[in-house]
Design a protein around this ligand. Structure first.
Ligand code: PMP
Length: 378
């Protein structure tokens, strides 16, 4: 038999598996989940039958909520699976502004499809000159725009996204995973009838149902029917379909949790912005990007480890191979409950305070504790 290594495709060999942080922490603010969950009663289902392959009841309910026909909605085992289907059915080259959600690139690489990364501008918005150049040169079949963008938290300017949709001769996927947390009405859903090349991605993962793994692709009926051809049969299990329907029936409880997260996000942003050496970036999502100014002697790795010692896990961004990355010294913290956010801020203050004190005693400076760090863009 051939060596197993020789059987693996070269593009798969070159991949690094998507890493989910395995550190056990009491407070997990690393994965953009909702801190609020819903009791999932055991629905009365029999185990011997396959689930509804079409998830018809769920697509009907969501179609009514979003004012689109159920035939315009494709269901996925999380929106990750739908990104996979898009790349399987349409293929590359794929245009991806960077930094953004890493699965667009990882799935393109695992399927051997080409991808082009176009850096965002200094405000983390789309660099239109660079986008136009890339569209003209590479003719991408797919463009992924996460709006609000993970991990930067901002929403690309509405008019810029429209311009891209109008200029592209391929498909534009606006990933609205974090749309529920953005200012009211900030969605592209009403524009679907106007643009045949526009697709939207939605997920239930960020609004308290991450355990169910449910995502949806919305777009032109004929296009959805084509992408549906590569969907695996029974991709969404029966428990998830039933449980989602039960939770969505009570829309006010879902809305209340979203409002609570938005309120806590704005408070957390103000608190983070007030910390010495921290620059927080405004967010339309359920997380906040912030940058540590290391001029005060505190390194990103040290801050990350110290937070873990206090039982708090956040997401450390940036490169780890010595190559400079726009998100070096940056972190993404998910908005938790009031208590979790308070514990995070207390721990941050403690770690920053200790570093300032140590530095003060080591280099005999007297003003270090009060020093405001220089603020610059990552
Ligand atoms: N899109 C974006 C922008 C995300 O941040 C995520 C999750 N981190 C997803 C899609 C995937 O969500 P899920 O597979 O849980 O639906």
């Amino acid at each position: 038999m051939r060596a197993i290594e020789d059987l693996i495709k070269p593009n798969v060999k070159a991949l690094t598996a998507y890493a989910v942080e395995a550190v056990q922490c009491a407070i997990r603010l690393d994965a953009n989940e909702s801190p609020y969950g819903f009791a999932l009663g055991a629905p009365r289902l029999t185990s011997n039958r396959y689930p509804d392959p079409e998830a018809a009841a769920l697509r009907r309910a969501l179609g009514a909520k979003w004012s689109v026909k159920p035939q315009c909605i494709l269901h996925g085992n999380g929106s990750d699976e739908l990104i996979y289907y898009l790349l399987t059915a349409i293929g590359g080259p794929v245009l991806i502004p960077t930094p953004t959600f890493s699965m667009y690139r990882i799935i393109a690489e695992s399927l051997g499809e080409g991808h082009i990364g176009v850096p965002l501008d200094g405000q983390f918005d789309l660099d239109m000159d660079a986008m136009h150049r890339a569209i003209g040169k590479e003719a991408p079949k797919l463009i992924f725009l996460s709006r609000p963008n993970n991990p930067t938290g901002n929403s690309f300017m509405f008019e810029k996204v429209i311009e891209i949709i109008e200029k592209a001769d391929g498909l534009v996927v606006v990933d609205e995973a974090y749309q529920p947390f953005s200012p009211a009405g900030e969605s592209f859903i009403e524009l679907l009838p106007r643009y045949k090349n526009l697709l939207l991605l939605r997920t239930l993962s960020k609004i308290g149902l991450a355990a169910l793994r449910l995502g949806f692709l919305i777009g032109d009926e004929a296009l959805i029917a084509s992408i549906n051809k590569v969907r695996l049969p029974y991709n969404v299990n029966a428990l998830s379909q039933e449980a989602a329907l039960a939770v969505l029936e009570n829309e006010t409880q879902v809305e209340a949790c979203i409002s609570a997260v938005v309120k806590e996000r704005d408070k957390l942003f103000a608190q983070l912005s007030g910390l010495t050496g921290i620059e927080a970036y405004p967010s339309d999502a359920n997380f906040i990007l912030f940058k540590l100014n290391t001029a005060g002697g505190l390194t990103a790795e040290y801050l990350y480890r110290k937070l873990i010692e206090d039982g708090i896990l956040i997401k450390k961004l940036g490169g780890n191979n010595g190559i400079s990355n726009p998100l070096d010294n940056c972190f993404r913290v998910t908005v938790g409950t009031k208590e979790e956010n308070a514990a995070f801020i207390t721990s941050m203050k403690k770690i920053i305070g200790e570093t300032c004190r140590n530095e003060k005693s080591e280099d005999t400076q007297t003003d270090i504790g009060d020093r405001r760090y220089h603020r610059d863009k990552p």
